[in-house]
Design a protein around this ligand. Sequence first.
Ligand code: G6P
Length: 372
Amino acid sequence: AAAEKGGYPSFMEKEINDQPDAVAQTLLGRSDADGNLTLDEIRVDPSVLKNIDRIIVLACGTSAYAGQVARYAIEHWCRIPTEVELSHEFRYRDPIVDENTLIVSISQSGETMDTLMAVRYAREQGAKTVAICNTNGSTIPRESDAVLYTHAGPEIAVASTKAFLAQITAAYLLGLYLAQLRGNLFQGQIKDILAELAKTPAKIATVLENADQIKELARSMADTRSVLFLGRHVGYPVAMEGALKLKELAYIHAEGFAAGELKHGPIALIEEGQPVIVVVPSPRGRDSLHSKVVSNIQEVRARGAKTIVIAEEGDESVKAYAEHVFYVPETSTLLAPLLTTVPLQIFALELASAKGFDVDQPRNLAKSVTVE
Ligand code: G6P
C-alpha cells in the first residue's frame, strides 16, 4: 500500500500532489501541433451542437462545484445560457429540457446513481448528453451520447481533489470546443486560452512547492470550531469546495459564501477570532471584482475576523488586512480556480491530519454513491 501511495502518508496527499499531472494528462492529445483544439471524442453531430440553446450541467458534491466553475467560462466563451444543478434536485422539479438542451454530466466515478438517473431522464426528454468522467467504461459515459474523459488517473481518497481540477480542465475544453464550433471565439483566442491552460500544471507545481506555510497554519488551527470561506465569481465555487473539504475531512463546520452576499447575512457570524478564508481575484482581472473582495476582507477584519487570504503573486493590496496571505502564480481570471483550490485542499488535509483523522476514509462518506 505504501508503494501505491507513492511514498506519501495518504492517498489524498498523493492525489493532491498528482494534480499537475492530472491537468496535463487531461490536456494531452486535445490540441494539434499548431495549438488548435481537436476534440474528436465529442461524437455529437456538429449541426446539433450549433443549435443548442441551453446547457444544464448535472453533478453532485465536488463535481458540482467543478460545474459551477465551468459555467462562468462556458457562458463567457459560448454565450449559451448555462445552469448547474445538483442531479438529485433536477429530476424532481419538472425541468424544461428538449432536443436543443445539452446536458453535461460531471462525475469522477461515472457511477453516481443520482447523476445517472438525471442523465437518463434528460435523454428521455430528447436532450443530448455529454459525460465528463474519470472512469473508463463506467455507466454514465456508457449511457451518454458522448464522453470527454478526464485523465486524472484513479482517485482513491474519498474526498475528491485531482479529479476536481481535471473536471474543470475538461469542461473548459468542452466550452472552447463549442465556442469554436459556433464561431463565438476566434481561432487565435482559443489558441491563447489553450496555451495559458498548458502553463497551469507548472503553476500548480509551484503552489505545491510553497505549501509549508499553509500546512503550518492548518496545524495551528486544529482546535478551530468553524471556518468561513468567501469568494466571488469563479472564486465562489472555489470557496464552497474549500468549505466542503474541511467538513468532509476535519468535521469542522465550514461554509462557503459569495463575498457580495456577506452584508446580506453571513457578516452577522463574524466575531472576535472567527477564521475567514478569502479567495481574492486577480487585480489584473476585469471589472472591479478585486477591490470589492478586498473591501470584504476589510469589513470582516474590522469585526475581529482572523483573515486568511489566497491571492495572486504580487498583489500587495491584501497584505494590510490579512493575518496570513498565500500567493498563487498569475493566471487569467477564469483559470485561477486551478490554482486557488490547491491551498484549500492542503489546508483541509493538514488540519484533519493534525486532529488524527483518517483523511482517506472520512466517517460516513463513500467514494461513490450508487444509491439514490
Ligand atoms: C461522493 C464523494 C464525493 C464526490 C461525489 C460525486 O459524495 O464522496 O467526493 O464528489 O460523490 O461523485 P462523482 O463520482 O459523481 O464525481
